[in-house]
Ligand binder design. Structure first.
Ligand SMILES: Nc1ncnc2c1ncn2[C@@H]1O[C@H](COP(=O)(O)OP(=O)(O)OP(=O)(O)O)[C@@H](O)[C@H]1O
Ligand SMILES: O=C(O)[C@@H](O)C(=O)CO
Length: 422
């Protein structure tokens, strides 16, 4: 297999978002969980998205895992490496977007990497280096209250500079409007100034096509699905990939019981859980009881098992910013997050042991914990449920999954997802 594009995603929902975008753009794509074992049978594809759970781990570990993924992708001839980060640039001053970008760029022998989280389809745009989420700057969006990495600075040149070894420059929209050559020239100029990364503005899909073409002339870039779209279009335009049908036949219906798990505390997910109450039984996990050592996971699993014979159920730990802050103040941010993720993983394991083969998970870290516990090696990409969220089918067994990024999906996401998982 010779890959046109190798991708390393810093979380599992982000990986399925990117795999969805690449598939829609005509690249035959598979999403793997972690760096694949050498004996993992993969279909013939144009792109592999290696999913890591490296967004919120210490920078040194994120660098090491990303390098391992890069080595695997390079060994399969990847023409370009895309480091997929969140479209809301989720990270802290300790990393990991800067350290991983620096490491992949240096390993590839490149002086500078183009970086943009713009993804206009989901209303993430970058102008003069400032990231907008919908109509508001990042720091005024709900991301300011993210449980693990509150985003309180909208200026990504500053944000990335605080976590990078080399300096960070800007490729402004006026330059992007002049086309890929102008962007390339700006990258060269910034590299001569000693910058190691450049945040690129993008407001419309046509800007992404320009950035994709410019990025493809180098070996490494960093961005969200929007840059993935630009790279995919550039690969097709250059004749390096013959576009495939956007939807492949993923096999027969699976049926049986279905369940949804939500650990994301994003505003979108909170709304979707509220809407799901009308469509299915919903059980709220009590983080305080769980963190106090009570068997909340066991109780929630027993609750679910009593009901899944009658239709789908939803178990959610998700809570609003004030409740999250209270739990974190008492138990610590990471300890609370990990304990809740572990509870979700345990519930998922119990559900699957009792026959659930259709599973929807909301939240990147939560999805990572669940998928790891289930030991799923790779997914093929099915139809799109909502922008950035495809249906996935495991390659090694009959199971449907949807891994939803916290902020993605329409109000009825959970019901929408289950409808596409026959
Ligand atoms: N009630 C709660 N109180 C405190 N922390 C919580 C609570 N519920 C969930 N969490 C934790 O918050 C974190 C949510 O992160 P997760 O990545 O799953 O969602 P997200 O960030 O909204 O999604 P994405 O990364 O896809 O945007 C997890 O670590 C989860 O365990
Ligand atoms: O880019 C995004 O917003 C998503 O794919 C994601 O990574 C959320 O975790």
């Amino acid at each position: 297999m010779t890959l046109a594009l190798g991708c390393i995603a810093d979380d599992y929902t982000g990986a399925s978002d990117l795999a969805n975008t690449l598939t829609k753009a005509g690249l035959r794509t598979v999403q793997t969980i972690g760096v694949p074992a050498d004996d993992l049978a993969l279909p013939e594809v144009d792109a592999v998205v290696v999913s890591l759970k490296s967004r919120s781990i210490p920078a040194g570990e994120a660098v090491a895992r990303s390098r391992e993924a890069a080595a695997w992708l390079n060994a399969r001839g990847a023409g370009h490496l895309l480091f997929k980060v969140c479209s809301t640039f989720d990270s802290t001053d300790a990393g990991n977007i800067g350290p991983v970008t620096d490491a992949l760029r240096e390993d590839a022998g490149e002086a500078i990497a183009l970086v943009t989280p713009a993804f206009p389809e989901t209303a993430r745009t970058v102008y003069l280096g400032h990231l907008f989420v919908g109509m508001v700057p990042l720091a005024e969006s709900p991301l300011k209250d993210h449980p693990l990495n509150p985003m309180r600075d909208s200026n990504l040149v500053r944000v990335l500079a605080r976590q990078s070894r080399a300096g960070v420059g800007l490729i402004d929209l006026a330059t992007v409007a002049q086309g890929a050559e102008a962007v390339g020239a700006r990258l060269d100029a910034l590299a001569r100034e000693g910058k190691g990364a450049a945040i690129a503005d993008a407001v419309l899909d046509r800007d992404l096509a320009v950035l994709g073409a410019a990025a493809l002339t180098r070996k490494v870039s960093t961005g969200a699905s929007g840059l993935g779209l630009g790279l995919a279009r550039a690969l097709v335009a250059a004749g390096r990939v013959a576009p495939a049908a956007a939807t492949a036949d993923l096999g027969p219906a699976i049926g049986g019981p279905a369940a949804c798990l939500a650990g994301s505390c994003s505003q979108a997910t909170l709304g979707q859980i509220a809407r799901a109450e009308a469509a299915m039984p919903v059980r709220r996990l009590d983080p305080a009881r769980l963190l106090a050592g009570e068997d909340e996971a066991g109780a929630a699993l027993a609750w679910a098992l009593e009901r899944i014979g009658d239709g789908p159920v939803l178990i959610a730990s998700s809570a609003g910013p004030e409740d999250v802050a209270a739990v974190q103040a008492r138990y610590g941010r990471d300890a609370a997050g990990h304990a809740i993720e572990a509870a979700m993983a345990r519930i998922a394991e119990g559900l699957v042991a009792h026959g659930v083969r259709r599973l929807v998970v909301a939240g990147g870290e939560t999805s990572g914990a669940v998928v790891d516990r289930l030991g799923l090696p790779a997914f093929r990409v099915g139809p799109e449920i909502a922008a950035g969220v495809p249906v996935l089918r495991t390659t090694d067994r009959d199971m449907w999954l949807a891994l939803k990024s916290g902020n993605f999906g329409g109000p009825d996401f959970f019901a929408d997802a289950l409808r596409l998982m026959p």
